[in-house]
Design a protein around this ligand. Structure first.
Ligand SMILES: Cc1cc2nc3c(=O)[nH]c(=O)nc-3n(C[C@H](O)[C@H](O)[C@H](O)COP(=O)(O)O)c2cc1C
Length: 649
C-alpha cells in the first residue's frame, strides 16, 4: 500500500496566516540586494530571475530589496531600486509576478539610509560640501558631516515611505517590509547613542520611536488594513549603546499593534557587519535569542534570521516558540531549493552555505552575484535555474573527486550521461579533506558528503583509490574526459623540513594527534591563518610566521577582517619574517631570531598538479580541465568551471 507523507519537520512546513495572507511554510527568503539594477533604479530581468529562483525553491516569502523611498537623500548603496521613479513600476510588477507564480508571497523592503546614505547627488548640489542627514548634527569617522534632519524633510521622508508602499501594492506585492534594522535611518533615530535631538523625535524611547511609528502610519494609510506590514528591526548590536536589547523589546511593544510581522535581525552599521551576517566562526542561529526575547514580550508573529540552514535547528526554533518564521539569506544562495527539500523530506540533499562570504565580497569587488557552491547564481535568467538534459548519452570519465570534479560529475549525470568518477586517494573532497576536524569548517566537509550522496543517487559510479592514468583512459575509452586532479602542497626547502614535528597543513587531520606544545605555522595565507585560529582556539600557543608584510591576502575582503581579528586575539603574528631553519624546538628566522615551536605546520600554498593533468591531454578529443589542476584557486572557480564543463558536453 502507498505510504502517506509524514513531514519530518512539521512545524517548518506548517502554514502561517498573516491577516488574509497565508504563508505556505515558516521558511522565508530574507532581503538580499545585488547591484544588478539599472542606473535609474529599475530591477533588471536577471535580478527578477534571482528572486524567482527563491520562490521556485519553496520559500514562503521572497523579499526583494532594497527599495529606496527618498532617492535624493536616502540611497544607501550605488545600485538600488528607486521607488520614486515612475518608470520602476513595470519591473516591480514583473518581479512580484515572477515570485507569486511559484506560490510564494512577494514582499519588498523599503529603506532610507540616513547618515550612512551615499549622498553623491547632494554633494554635487551643495558645491562639493559632503554631508548626509541623520537624527543629529555630527561628524563621521571618515570626516563626512551629518546634518540634523529638519522637520520638513522628516515629513517628506515619512510621506515617501507611504507612497513607496502604495506603489508596491499596485505592482502586485503581497506585503511590504519596512527596514528599521542595521543602523539605517529608522535605526539611527531609535539609537540613544546617535539621536541627540531635543524635539519630539529625541530623548525618551517613545520619542526616538516616533519616526518609525509615523512611517508605519504612513504605510498603513497607503496600503490599507488588510495588507501585511513586516517591520525589520535589530534586537541588539555589538555596541549596546547604539542598539540595546532592552530598548529593542520596549520598541517592539510600542509597534506590535500597528504591524503584522516583526522581523528581528541584529547589528548596527557597517562596523557591525559580523553581527548582521554571522561568520563561520560562530554557531548557527546566534541571533535567535534576540527574536525569542522579543517574542516573549509581544503577541505579533516574530521572524528570526542569521546563519540558519539546519532544518532540525530551525524546526526546533519554531516548535519551541522562539520564533514563528525563520528567514534565510546566504543559505538560499547555496541552495535555493532548501525549503522544497525540507518539505519533501530530502533534507540530506541540502547544499549548506559555507559562510565563506564570496557572495558579499563579489558584490563589493565586482558588483556581481555569485556563490561558491551554486554556479547558477548570477546566471539565473540564462540558466533557467535548471540543468537541461542532453540529447545523447555519453560515457563520461571524471578524474578527481574535489569540488570541481564532483560538480562536473553531478551535472553530467543530471544531464543524462553515464558518469564514472575516479579519485586517486581513499576519500572524496580534494583540498577540502584538509579541513576535517576544524570546527568552523565542518560545513565544507558536509558539502562533500552531500555531494557524494547526490552523486550516488544520480547513478554516478564512484571509484576510490583509482588514479586516472593515460592507460586507464585508453582502456576505459570514454566519450568525454573531465580532468580535475587538483593541486598539491608546496613544500619549502628549509633545513629541518623533514623533522618529525613538521606537519604539512593538508595532513593535519591525519596527524592531528601529533600536534603538541607550542605551535608555529609557517605561511600566513588563508589556509595558514585558518589553521592558526583553529589551533589557538583548541588551546595551543600559536605563532604565525609570514614572509610578506600582510596576512591572508588570498582571503576575500569580507572574510579577511574577521579572520584577522580572531588571529590578533588568539595568536602571535610575525610578518616580514622568513623561516630559515627548523630545529627540534625552535624555528630560526632569517634575522637569527629563535621562535619556540614544538610543532611546525607548513602552509605555504598549493601547486597545480600540472604534470598529472597534462599526461591526460590529447587522448580523448573531448577533454576538459577544471579546478585546481589549472590554477590553485577558490572553491568557487572549481565548482563554476566543473558545472560548465559538464554543460558543454
Ligand atoms: C548578498 C546579501 C545581500 C543582502 N542584502 C540585504 C539588503 O538589501 N537588505 C537587508 O536588509 N539585508 C540584506 N542582507 C542581509 C540578510 O537579509 C540577512 O539579514 C543576513 O545575511 C543574515 O542572514 P543569513 O545568515 O541567512 O545570510 C543581505 C545579505 C546578503 C548575504
Amino acid at each position: 500500500m502507498k505510504e502517506f507523507y509524514t513531514p519530518k519537520f512539521p512545524h517548518l512546513v506548517s502554514p502561517l496566516r498573516i491577516g488574509k495572507l497565508t504563508l505556505r511554510s515558516r521558511m522565508a527568503s530574507a532581503p538580499m540586494g545585488f547591484p544588478d539594477i539599472t542606473e535609474d533604479g529599475c530591477i533588471t530581468r536577471d535580478m527578477t530571475a534571482f528572486y524567482e529562483h527563491r520562490a521556485k525553491g519553496g520559500a514562503s516569502i521572497v523579499t526583494v530589496s532594497e527599495g529606496v523611498v527618498h532617492w535624493a537623500t536616502g540611497k544607501s548603496h550605488a545600485r538600488l531600486i528607486n521607488m520614486q521613479n515612475p518608470g520602476v513600476l513595470a519591473s516591480l510588477t514583473n518581479t512580484a509576478r515572477a515570485i507569486r507564480r511559484h506560490g510564494a508571497a512577494a514582499s519588498i523592503e523599503l529603506n532610507h539610509g540616513g547618515m550612512y546614505a551615499d549622498m553623491d547627488v547632494l554633494e554635487a548640489e551643495r558645491g562639493g560640501e559632503k554631508f548626509k542627514y541623520g537624527p543629529s548634527d555630527m561628524t563621521l569617522p571618515d570626516g563626512t558631516r551629518v546634518r540634523k534632519m529638519p522637520r520638513e524633510l522628516i515629513a517628506e521622508v515619512v510621506d515617501s515611505f507611504g507612497k513607496a508602499a502604495a506603489l508596491a501594492r499596485r505592482a502586485g506585492f503581497d506585503m511590504v517590509m519596512i527596514h528599521g534594522a542595521h543602523g539605517w535611518l529608522l535605526g539611527q533615530f531609535l539609537s540613544p547613542a546617535l539621536n541627540r535631538r531635543t524635539d519630539k523625535y529625541g530623548g525618551s524611547l517613545e520619542n526616538r520611536a516616533r519616526l518609525s511609528i509615523e512611517v508605519i502610519g504612513a504605510v498603513r494609510a497607503a496600503v490599507g488594513a488588510d495588507f501585511p506590514i513586516e517591520f525589520r528591526m535589530s534586537g541588539g548590536a555589538r555596541d549596546a549603546q547604539k542598539c540595546g536589547t532592552a530598548d529593542a523589546v520596549g520598541f517592539a511593544k510600542l509597534i506590535e499593534g500597528k504591524i503584522d510581522l516583526l522581523h528581528v535581525s541584529c547589528g548596527f552599521g557597517e562596523d557591525d557587519f559580523s553581527s548582521t551576517h554571522p561568520p563561520m566562526f560562530v554557531p548557527h542561529g546566534v541571533n535567535v535569542h534576540l527574536a525569542a526575547a522579543i517574542r516573549a514580550s509581544v503577541s505579533v508573529p516574530v521572524a528570526t534570521v542569521g546563519a540558519l540552514n539546519d532544518p532540525a535547528q530551525m524546526e526546533d526554533i519554531i516548535a519551541s516558540g522562539k520564533a514563528d518564521i525563520v528567514c534565510m539569506a546566504r543559505a538560499l544562495l547555496a541552495d535555493p531549493e532548501l525549503p522544497k527539500k525540507v518539505a519533501n523530506n530530502r533534507e540530506d540533499e541540502i547544499i549548506r552555505c559555507l559562510r565563506c562570504f564570496t557572495c558579499h565580497a563579489e558584490r563589493m569587488l565586482t558588483q556581481t552575484r555569485v556563490c561558491s557552491l551554486n554556479p547558477v547564481i548570477g546566471r539565473e535568467y540564462e540558466a533557467r535555474f535548471e540543468v537541461v538534459r542532453s540529447g545523447a548519452t555519453k560515457r563520461v570519465l571524471v578524474a578527481g573527486g574535489g569540488p570541481g570534479g564532483l560538480t562536473a560529475a553531478l551535472t553530467a549525470a543530471r544531464r543524462g550521461h553515464a558518469v564514472t568518477l575516479c579519485e586517486a586517494s581513499g576519500a572524496l573532497g580534494g583540498a577540502i579533506t584538509a579541513e576535517e576536524g576544524i570546527d568552523f569548517k565542518r560545513e565544507s566537509l558536509e558539502y562533500i558528503r552531500t555531494m557524494e550522496r547526490l552523486l550516488l543517487r544520480s547513478g554516478v559510479n564512484i571509484r576510490l583509490h583509482a588514479r586516472v592514468t593515460p592507460e586507464l583512459v585508453r582502456e576505459f575509452c570514454p566519450d568525454a574526459l573531465i580532468v580535475a586532479v587538483g593541486a598539491e602542497p608546496v613544500i619549502p626547502e628549509i633545513p629541518g623540513i623533514d623533522g618529525r614535528s613538521v606537519i604539512i597543513a593538508n595532513d593535519m587531520p591525519r596527524r592531528r594527534a601529533e600536534i603538541t606544545g607550542r605551535v608555529a605555522v609557517i605561511g600566513g595565507g588563508l589556509v595558514g591563518c585558518e589553521s592558526a585560529v583553529y589551533l589557538a582556539r583548541e588551546g595551543y600557543a600559536v605563532t604565525i610566521i609570514e614572509a610578506e608584510g600582510e596576512l591572508a591576502r588570498d582571503a576575500n575582503p569580507r572574510h579577511r577582517p574577521m579572520l584577522l581579528e580572531l588571529l590578533r586575539e588568539n595568536a602571535k603574528i610575525l610578518v616580514n619574517t622568513r623561516a630559515e631553519e627548523i630545529g627540534e624546538t625552535v624555528i630560526i628566522t632569517k634575522t637569527g631570531e629563535s621562535i619556540p615551536a614544538d610543532t611546525v605546520i607548513i602552509a605555504v600554498g598549493q601547486r597545480p598538479r600540472f604534470a598529472a593533468a597534462e599526461a591526460l591531454r590529447n587522448i580523448i578529443p573531448e577533454t576538459a580541465f577544471v579546478g585546481d589542476c589549472v590554477a590553485a584557486r577558490t572553491i568557487r572557480e572549481a565548482t563554476f568551471r566543473g558545472y560548465h564543463a559538464a554543460l558543454d558536453l
